[in-house]
Design a protein. Sequence first.
Length: 421
Amino acid sequence: MKRVVCVLLAALLVVASSCRKDEKDPFAGKDTVTIGVEDVTFYLVTLSGYHSTEKSGTYGFFLNTNRNNLESNFGNKRIQEDNYNTWKDGGYYKIKTTVKPATTYYFRSYFHTGGVSADAEQFVGEILSFTTPDCTLQAYTDGAEVKSPVEVELKGHITVDGDSPSYACIFHYGTSQNQLDQTVPTFLMSAGEKSFSKTFAPPQVGVTYYYKIEVDPLLGDEYVREGEVKSFTVPGPTSGNPVDLGTSVKWASCNVGASSPEQYGKFFMWGETSQRSTWPLDNPYTDIPTVLPSSRDAATANLGSPWRMPTRAEFSDELGAKCIAYKTRYKGKNGVLFVSKQNGNSIFLPSAGYYYNSYGYEGTSCFYWSASPALQGTETYASAFYTLTYLDSGRDPAVLDPPFVNNRDRADGAPVRAVRQ
């Protein structure tokens, strides 16, 4: 009797052990198993499988939208849409892979103990399927923040069910609501990021721009989403004449001889009051006054008193201390926009170029005579506001640092911007 009891107890222990083993590893004894899918989204899915704990080798999944294209022969062409090949000891595994929205996929696990050689052991699991949901991604154009005449921040966001995929963003903009023919460089957003912004320098001031966001989840053209069209305005030079910039004098809104801020107006040798038809290499006026007399002042002679040419200090100290100088464009012309720190008013000085024997440097040389002689007191030079505006090449910073004034040859023919009390 005791012997029978012992035999029964031993049998029970074996059964119990077997049950515990099966509960821990229900696929024991199987070479590979296609278990299923988890976390199915319109762009990403997790596949799960199993391969024998008795063997080591490479494993993965065949995945295709055509059930008949799930290869089982490792010597033939393998499905490359999503083909994982990772060495792992036996057990369970999960692999994430990208998918397309609203699509039915077929998949099966694979496992083999060696390479693609004929003597390798090769196994595949059963074929299962899943269907991805439709793309829920939507793009929205948010507001624009005009931080300065040369810096605007465009903003946008997306909505999507669950976490967002990685996606590319691009802002389209233009001066017509129906023709957004310019773009801010494309930038990439990481998975999970739903808000974004991009700062850029608008091509011109004094313009209303229209813009929208385009979001590409990199799943195909049919899944690209666009936001609505919105607008922002970059202020240009202040209207009216004269313009109060918070300096000790008020400034003309345009050059002597011009009728709008972007026009170049007349060109003068220093100390002369009319524009020449020819430009010799020497200026006959060789006096060295403290400041040009009214009879030699091009602004006074052409506009009448109390208009006059600004002094060196009014250019360098006044504008330098009380304004921010931005290199930009206005109505298609390169130049410098001076914006008052005190009241926000502004004037635009176009890069008119200059004459020296012949005309040149239009668009790159922003050169304006002052009423002051050269710092060194020489008879061949005088003081001028001068800077270069290579806006297309990126060679110059957008914000100009004072002082703005240096010495130029009196024989140069340059425009004049007048001031008055």
